[in-house]
Design a protein around this ligand. Structure first.
Ligand SMILES: [Zn+2]
Length: 109
């Protein structure tokens, strides 16, 4: 009921379903929260992520919000799903970007 649940060790989305079932082959050999390694432009290694910008049209300081992805991997058939960590915060940033775009249009109009 509260928004403080995210502060518990992990932003646990599942309602206590510890053993996930693969949606493809129905195996229970699902490995949750696997980190996905990506390489950035400086050939550094980081986790795969997605971005929204609060000010998408700004040249600088676009208010970037980054969300990290983790994978749920089936150890039977290999089916892999991606999950965004802290989706609520990411969505809030997106809503904020939408609101700013609306404001900009009103000012221009
Ligand atoms: Zn499977």
């Amino acid at each position: 009921m509260s928004e403080h649940e995210n502060h518990a060790s992990h932003a646990g989305a599942s309602d206590g379903a510890d053993n996930e079932t693969c949606p493809k082959c129905r195996s229970r050999k699902v490995i949750p929260r696997v980190r996905i390694i990506d390489r950035n432009a400086n050939s550094g290694v980081e986790e795969l992520s997605v971005e929204v910008h609060e000010y998408p049209y700004a040249m600088f300081f676009r208010g970037t919000h980054r969300g990290y992805l983790s994978a749920s991997v089936c150890g039977e058939c290999g089916f892999t799903e991606l999950y965004l960590e802290d989706p609520a915060a990411f969505h809030a940033a997106y809503e904020s970007a939408l609101a700013r775009q609306r404001d900009d249009q009103i000012k221009r109009g």
